[in-house]
Design a protein around this ligand. Sequence first.
Ligand SMILES: Cc1cc2nc3c(=O)[nH]c(=O)nc-3n(C[C@H](O)[C@H](O)[C@H](O)COP(=O)(O)O)c2cc1C
Length: 467
Amino acid sequence: MNKDLRTFLAEARQMGPEYFQSVSRPVDPVYEPCVIQQKLAARDDYPVIRFEKVDGSELPLVTNLFGKYELLGLALGVDPDRPKSEILDRFRERVAKPVPTKEVPRDEAPVKQVVIGKDEIDLGKFPIVKHAVKNSGKYIAIGCLVVKDPETGVLNAGVYRHEIKGRAELACMFNPAHHAGYIYRKYREMNKPMDAVLFIGHHPAAILGTLSKQPFDSDEYEMMGALMGEPLEVVPGETVDIPVPAWAEIAIEGFLDPAKETSDGPFSEYTGFYGPAKDPVGLMQVTGITMRRDAVYHDLDPSHREHNLAGALTFETALYNSVAKLVPSVTGVHLPPSGNCTFTAYIKIKKRVPGEGKSAGMAALAGDPNVKIAIVVDDEIDIYNDSDVLWAISTHVQADRDVTTIPFAMGAHLDPSAYGEVRTDKGPMQTKMIVDATRPATLPFADRIVPPKEAWERIRLEDYLDG
Ligand SMILES: Cc1cc2nc3c(=O)[nH]c(=O)nc-3n(C[C@H](O)[C@H](O)[C@H](O)COP(=O)(O)O)c2cc1C
């Protein structure tokens, strides 16, 4: 038996209303689950939300599984009361040790409880959401696509957006730099269709495994096991030669024929802006669906906080490793949701050598091409608290000395302010910035006021406040 989506939902529910909310009143899959999630976010509330009834579908929908950093911790078994830095520590520990999969018989695989043959397929029966007004349609936003390298047989899993194109057809958008994009191009060159499994709903640690950045020849099912802390149980597919996670809620099987493609978009992107329409993108022709008897559909609100947080630990790991190589005194890195978990990085160091701050900033920019602003602070600053970081910038930085800019560097093309080789053109270039907000290493600096230690530890508010 594997951990699964249900195990996680039960855990989140037990943590109380800050972690889990349910909605029994029926909702329209056009915008409504997202707007409810966004209204909660507007009051700084990011629970998992379970919608019991979505118009037009029999399946409940859950969303916001990656809504806050503490939920990533819960997925990895880190108690939300522990320091947030332990979440990245746990992730780094686990991704270092892949865990081989375990094949289980069909009758031990809940994903086989319902088998839908080719003639009965109707994707319209799932509670698939239209997330944003200008999106081209309804998208499966957090489905994990599994494909097999035709040369090596190695499995690759990743989250790819899928627009519903018909009862048994899905658009599938590969960024050309992502591994499924490479594998799809191989099939195209061989003039062969590519088999695929799109699974929806599993333990969030398993999903984080599909989002981890691994070498091209490594099996991402092993990374799902690594992050769950147990072997991923799999079972053979019905219509494709690809194993299916046995404890997934839903598995959609099919193939992508490079001779028959489609288009998708505009789409609500991770930047908080619409991304342009894409043409061509892959077209998945569905050959079968299996699912659990009372399957739960997992959605995610793209372009909002959970979209960015889902990938944050992977990118923070790359950032940490890059900075640690050059500046071993690094004590933490964070990609805050306020900076899309992408464009702005906080790095803290125990500075002892003049210049370490700038070096840490350079390493951060080199460690992740999407980072545009690297802010380096001293060890006592709380990098999980934007206000503390802003305080450090406000009180430590003099711009002519501490801010460095690097124009015309490669970056994220979806950054709406990015530019091309001609500055007025659109393109993937950005002006990078290092803000070194660390104190001098060898010169005296003003004393920060902190509470008296003995009184801070002794005084308990409940012993003093009348209310
Ligand atoms: C919510 C979400 C949606 C994503 N959608 C896409 C997508 O549509 N296309 C894409 O190429 N990458 C997308 N990504 C990024 C990939 O899933 C991610 O880079 C993954 O590591 C790719 O794995 P691979 O390179 O092993 O295939 C998305 C990530 C998240 C968190």
